[in-house]
Design a protein. Structure first.
Length: 270
């Protein structure tokens, strides 16, 4: 697995018009998605499809690289995140297959219940559109805040209409939330990042999302003009049918069924 910096440096060194050796390049973020894609790439190699897995450390660069053609597919985002990125940046992307639904949660290393969150307590949430809204919806489900009616997952802290404990919010890049959880009273969390960071128990959440959040499964995204790419389709088929990939996903989510669902197995039959 190569880093995003390494692949971009290689692309620049090769110059325009030079073909890469691999058949397919997939961009991921650290944790479950990278781990599963790496296992699938090994399986694909046995079937004659060479796949390079490129790891990015943020949620912005994988779509920039995809739009530029530096990678063929990425595997880190759900449809609402993708659609927001398209609206903001003018990209033309397509989610071509479902992947993993991660059950995000609210975590505290200071308190063992929501009742214990103090007046003026500090809360860390994701800083990007959609994922921030998902965190706020969990806080509303927990009874800590009330959001403006109808705002849904597009809510921001400006849409909080009732905050009886005067909670203080800090907005943090999603992958970094696991590392700041100990510094606040409550934090939105992504189990696979918590597992990857090794900072605390990902099954210790005070509340989790679930199957009702199926639209937020992290799927496989290409540029719209590559949506029918046969190599992408082959890789996705390998990913979704491989027992080794399923086992790796289970391990990456701390072997806990409460932390994830295989979204392609939840889709209704056509």
């Amino acid at each position: 697995m190569r880093s995003s910096q390494a692949i971009l440096a290689t692309l620049l060194a090769m110059g325009p018009g030079t073909a890469m050796a691999q058949d397919l390049t997939i961009g991921v973020v650290p944790g479950a998605y990278a781990d599963a894609a790496t296992v699938a790439a090994t399986e694909a190699a046995r079937q004659g499809l060479t796949v390079e897995v490129v790891e990015f450390s943020d949620w912005t660069t994988p779509n920039i690289a995809l739009d530029a053609g530096d990678i063929d597919v990425n595997f880190f985002q759900h449809r609402p995140f993708m659609e927001n990125t398209e609206a903001e940046r003018g990209f033309d992307l397509e989610l071509v297959a479902p992947g993993i639904l991660q059950n995000i949660g609210l975590f505290s290393l200071r308190h063992d219940s929501f009742d214990a969150i103090p007046e003026g307590g500090t809360v860390a949430i994701a800083n990007d559109p959609v994922n921030e809204g998902r965190g706020l919806l969990l806080l509303e489900r927990a009874g800590l805040i009330t959001l403006r009616e109808g705002v849904g997952f597009l809510g921001t802290v400006d849409d909080i209409v009732d905050n009886p404990r005067d909670l203080q919010f800090s907005e943090v890049e999603g992958p970094q939330l696991a590392r700041v959880t100990g510094d606040v009273d409550l934090a939105q969390g992504y189990p696979h990042f918590i597992v990857a960071a090794g900072t605390f128990d990902p099954t210790s959440g005070l509340i989790y999302s679930g199957i009702e959040d199926l639209q937020f499964n992290v799927g496989f995204v290409t540029r719209a003009d590559r949506a029918d790419d046969p190599d992408v389709a082959r890789f996705i088929e390998i990913f979704q049918t491989s027992d080794a990939v399923k086992q790796q996903i289970h391990e990456s989510f701390a072997e806990s069924d409460q932390l994830y669902l295989l979204a392609w197995e939840q889709e209704p039959a056509s």
